[in-house]
Design a protein around this ligand. Structure first.
Ligand code: SF4
Length: 372
């Protein structure tokens, strides 16, 4: 009995599912399951009779839905979507279909932080798989991500413009273009570095695609899983919030922020860096633009329209982003706004005003990758 016959026998209710190897590519169903964002993955799904309506409503796709939910929960819990070894074509198809389902869940919650975290987790998963794959597959994935790359006997190379575009956020010195080997406009990269750049490319792509515009009729099918994701997201946010999800307590504020707040209340004109530090710090603690504006309104020289614009810019409300990260202690010192250092400030582990708040409030020594 061939693979296809065996598959049909084992999964009679999904008898339209059979393996498809696309012409002109090496992408089989197992590869598509590893990289479900590939165009070939959706073609394979379609060729196997899978469609979105069945995915959200049919019992036949409950495995894919559970796995889709797991993808999103993995993103929140571990910053990386887990990988299961897939033994059968059925497993592979469910894995492929779990990807659009996860994206539908994320889109339904429609939270910028979740979008970013999910995009990161999918791209970290891909990175872990690429490193085990051959150069041709890696180059194929690069092509899907619109990264100009070459894979041949000499290894992997990436056009310098794409290298710059996707590696600029990696701060380490050895990633600077000047420290790489460039030949005919292509940067010669080790597989590890090449895959790391592709990770950023996939993260950017997923982030740019979310949220998806879903038909209203989908909401009732997705409701239960969306609720699970929303609950997990709220729990995650309060766990990693410097306030532990509670209200902001003045007594836990670091001396620099207390001093800047006092200046604002006393009508002292704040420097740009002080205003930026205070607003971004309060936003990181969970205050929204309106709450911060209300706080500034107590200042004698309060100018509502000017302040509102500045605050909304810093909190990201104007730009549709998460806003700016509050400055570290070293930056505060450079700008001369590290006021009244106390013993905790002078301790070795102190490097960030948010860390100060966490320690004082007892919410722990946690690194929140969203805000710091
Ligand atoms: S050491 Fe850091 S937390 Fe303490 S006052 Fe200076 S900037 Fe603020």
């Amino acid at each position: 009995m061939g693979n296809t016959d065996c598959f049909k026998k084992n999964y009679g209710n999904l008898s339209k599912l059979y393996i498809v190897i696309l012409p002109f590519t090496n992408v089989d169903i197992a590869t598509a399951a590893k990289y479900p964002f590939l165009k070939e993955a959706s073609v394979i799904a379609e060729e196997n009779g899978a469609d979105i309506e069945s995915l959200i409503s049919s019992e036949s796709y409950s495995v894919a839905r559970n796995r889709g939910l797991e993808r999103v929960l993995d993103a929140l819990e571990d910053s990386e979507v887990s990988y299961h070894s897939l033994m059968s074509e059925f497993d592979c198809l469910m894995e492929i279909m779990s990807y659009p389902y996860a994206r539908m869940l994320v889109s339904s919650v429609n939270d910028r932080y979740l979008n970013r975290r999910y995009a990161l987790a999918e791209s970290v998963r891909m990175n872990g798989l690429l490193i085990q794959d051959d150069n041709q597959t890696v180059a194929h994935v690069a092509g899907e991500l619109k990264v100009n790359a070459v894979a041949d006997d000499n290894g992997l190379r990436m056009h310098f413009s794409d290298y710059l575009k996707f590696s600029s956020r990696i701060k380490s010195k050895d990633w600077k273009l000047i420290n790489t080997e460039v030949e005919d406009g292509y940067v010669i990269l080790s597989p590890k570095k090449f895959d790391r750049v592709l990770q950023n490319a996939l993260q950017d792509r997923i982030e740019s695609e979310l949220p998806l515009n879903l038909p209203e009729t989908f909401a009732s099918y997705l409701k239960d899983d969306v609720e699970k994701v929303t609950n997990a997201l709220n729990e995650h946010k309060s766990k990693y919030s410097p306030t532990g999800g509670g209200p902001i307590e003045l007594e836990y504020m670091p001396p620099c922020m207390k001093a800047i707040l006092a200046q604002a209340h006393n009508g002292i004109n704040l420097s740009h860096s002080a205003r930026f530090a205070l607003v971004s710090f309060l936003h990181a603690l969970g205050m929204d633009s309106l709450q911060i504006l209300t706080l500034f309104s107590e200042s004698p020289d309060f100018d509502e329209s000017k302040s509102a614009y500045q605050i909304k810019h810093i909190t990201g409300e104007l730009t549709g982003t998460d806003g700016y990260t509050p400055p570290e202690c070293s930056t505060m010192k450079t700008h001369g706004i590290c006021y009244n250092e106390d013993n905790l400030c002078k301790s070795e582990k102190m490097n960030h005003p948010l860390t100060y708040y966490r320690i004082k409030s007892g919410t722990g020594w946690k690194k929140d990758d969203k805000k710091e």
